[in-house]
Design a protein around this ligand. Structure first.
Ligand code: NAD
Ligand code: 6OH
Length: 484
């Protein structure tokens, strides 16, 4: 059986206990993962601190950028291994991992290599009371050791989205990937070595959250900042854990995202776009749409067409290049999603399609599959309309006025993303700007430019990453004031 080990100071390190890495497509065990205890997490943090004082800490910005580009090259050189590891761990279709996850990992490194070379900082000429001048300018310094904790839905994409800017700013990192998907963070260690990134700059510890590697990392006094992507409740637990040592945090959390479809939309584009937003990665993307508001004039036609789209999705083996929908991540997560399918019935929903588990008559029956599911007819107060389900499921409700649609879309404690579907340019801008979220897409969804601010309001997060926002989070700015 394959072992997945911790990675500290350039060496693979075994802990005292193992846990199983399970393939969600058939329930088989892929590997045994070595869990880091508190001592191993401490060794990783010490190695990261030591590396700050070594060659890495002395690199000029241009050479750091070279290292990041070499990391991207190393990912691309091992493209097939990264895809295979991500597909086995997550059960996502091979076509998706090849198109989205692994290319984005390389793109994350390249984007921040480019940005750090050109990033400027503000300066001010300040008039002093005695009629003279002072000059203020800021310098960018690393925060130090950054703890990075990531989820299982887009493991390599979300990990590198944080590792790349952290390294661009000269930090060192200790990463704790999800216990469900430990493989690609570990493979990245090999790519980092190949890229010539000094030992101790990138460290990996494996394990769970509470009373395990996640908590040991967030409460470690020598970790200078924590960046986290995952559930809102986990964010709350991490806030408590970092409070004692007052660490800065950046949180990208959950969502209960809305799509608003106006009668003047390009109908076929809107159906395709919303179907992708509801079902991509089996609905396990924080940005996925679980609430769809459709103008009454096209409501019935839209529901029919979305049902056809859901019915045409090919559910099957992640290794089949034509598969659209793989399994959910785990038996536990499938239980959660199916509990919402039951709850929707209890809450009085009309089932349009799905609502159960597909049968294959093959080993895939041991996988954690569910059917893509569409409901209508729930009141806005229903738990299925309010709570994040994180599966291939959406609820469609009609609206009559723009004002009503905006108010329903904004009636949530989350605030991550929204999409607006209309061919009326003014309406597109007007509605998009009134969404209480971090990102609104008009006539598209999950179209990313890595320089833009990314994050959420309310329960969906704290802070923004992306472009300069990432550089500013991962840097300590020292303002120098000189009396002239
Ligand atoms: P999760 O919060 O359960 O776990 C995420 C990570 O946190 C894992 O590595 C886990 O081991 C760790 N963790 C758990 N408890 C911890 C603790 N007390 N201290 C330290 N670490 C702890 O999330 P998940 O189930 O892996 O991912 C699904 C959730 O993530 C969904 O809510 C989804 O919306 C959200 N998500 C958000 C974004 C975003 O960008 N906003 C992106 C992806 C996923
Ligand atoms: C959540 O599941 C997806 C998050 C996406 C990003 O963080 C990104 O940078 O595209």
């Amino acid at each position: 059986m394959k072992s997945i080990l911790n990675y500290i100071d350039g060496e693979f390190v075994r802990g005292k206990c193992d846990f199983a890495d399970v393939n969600p497509a058939d329930g088989s065990t892929i590997a045994q993962v070595s869990e880091a205890n508190e001592d191993i997490v401490d060794r990783a943090v010490c190695a990261a601190r030591k590396a700050l004082r070594g060659d890495w800490g002395r690199l000029i910005v241009r050479d750091r950028a070279v290292c990041l580009n070499r990391a991207a090259d190393a990912i691309e050189a091992r493209f097939d291994s990264f895809v295979a590891a991500e597909v086995a761990d997550t059960g996502k279709p091979i076509a998706l991992a090849s198109k989205l996850d692994v290319p984005r990992a390389a793109a994350n490194f390249r984007a921040f290599a480019d940005l750090i070379k050109t990033a400027g900082l503000e300066s001010f000429q300040t008039e002093t009371p005695d009629g003279k001048n002072a000059l203020n300018y800021a310098v960018r310094k690393p925060l130090g050791v950054v703890g990075i904790i990531t989820p299982w839905n887009l493991p390599l994409l979300l990990l590198t989205w944080k590792v790349a800017p952290a390294l661009a700013c000269g930090n060192t990192v200790v990463v704790k990937p999800s216990e469900e998907t430990p493989a690609t963070a570990t493979l990245l260690a090999e790519a980092m070595k190949e890229a010539g990134i000094p030992d101790g700059v990138y460290n990996v510890v494996h394990g769970f959250g509470p009373n395990s590697a996640g908590e040991f990392l967030t409460r470690h006094p020598d970790v200078n900042a924590v960046t986290f992507t995952g559930e809102s409740q986990t964010g709350a637990a991490i806030m408590k854990s970092v409070a004692a040592t007052v660490k800065p945090v950046s949180f990208e959390l959950g969502g209960k995202n809305a799509a608003i479809v106006f009668a003047d939309c390009d109908f076929d584009d809107a159906v395709s776009g919303v179907a992708e937003a509801a079902f991509l990665n089996t609905g396990q993307v924080c940005l996925c749409t679980e609430r769809i508001y459709v103008e009454r004039a096209i409501f019935d036609g839209f529901v029919d067409k979305l049902k056809l789209k859901a019915g045409s999705l090919r559910i099957g083996s992640p290794l089949d290049k034509t598969t659209d929908l793989g399994p959910l991540i785990s038996a536990q997560h499938r239980d959660k999603v199916l509990s919402y399918y039951r709850l929707a019935r209890e809450e009085g929903a009309t089932l349009i399609t799905g609502g159960g588990v597909p049968g294959f008559g093959s080993p895939l029956d041991k996988g954690f599959y569910v059917q893509p599911t569409i409901y209508t007819g729930l009141p806005e107060s229903a738990r299925c309309v309010k709570e994040e389900i994180f599966g291939p499921v959406c609820h469609i409700a009609p609206f009559d006025t723009e004002e009503e649609a905006i108010s329903m879309a904004n009636d949530t404690k989350y605030g991550l993303a929204a999409s607006v579907w209309t061919t009326n340019l003014k309406r597109g801008h007007r509605v998009a700007q009134r969404m209480n979220v971090g990102i609104t897409w008009v006539n598209c969804w999950f179209l990313r430019d890595l320089r833009t601010p990314f994050g959420g309001a309310g329960l969906s997060g704290i802070g923004r990453e992306g472009g300069m926002h990432s550089l500013n989070f991962y840097s300590e700015l020292n303002n120098v004031c000189i009396r002239l």
